[in-house]
Design a protein around this ligand. Structure first.
Ligand code: AMP
Ligand code: ZN
Length: 114
């Protein structure tokens, strides 16, 4: 677990966060700079840098999506709609190299994304 990884530090509670959901393998918390009324980050508790680094059949990926479904339902956006996004590396504007699913909802969004 890299000492300098921001999200690993959040998991170790060295940096505060607003928890939304937690279990043995997954943590979800409010994005500090929300881009929509609902903007939750869902991360694996083990350090995985990006989607490129996920091992085939790693159950944590399904766990992350299950948590996204649950939070979308809890926040009332499951039917109105939401986005679930992994940014990967430079061209996607990835800023934190610890896998995180952005769950965004609560407003109409445009396509294509910027
Ligand atoms: P990305 O650009 O996909 O790497 O997204 C990183 C996200 O982490 C951005 O949406 C930031 O607003 C968010 N972020 C950065 N620092 C924190 C923090 N301390 N607590 C919560 N979210 C954060
Ligand atoms: Zn990390």
């Amino acid at each position: 677990m890299p000492d300098n990884c921001l999200f690993c530090r959040i998991l170790k509670k060295e940096i505060p966060s607003k928890a939304v959901y937690e279990d043995d393998s997954v943590y979800a918390f409010e994005d500090i700079n929300p881009q929509a009324p609902v903007h939750v980050l869902i991360i694996p508790k083990k350090h995985i840098a990006t989607l490129n680094d996920i091992k085939q059949n790693d159950p944590v990926l399904a766990a992350i999506f299950e948590v996204a479904k649950k939070i979308a339902k809890d926040r009332g956006v499951a039917d109105s709609g939401y986005r679930a996004v992994f940014n990967v590396n430079r061209d996607a504007g990835m800023a934190v190299a610890h896998l995180h699913l952005h769950l965004l909802g609560g407003r109409a969004m445009t396509w294509p994304p910027g």
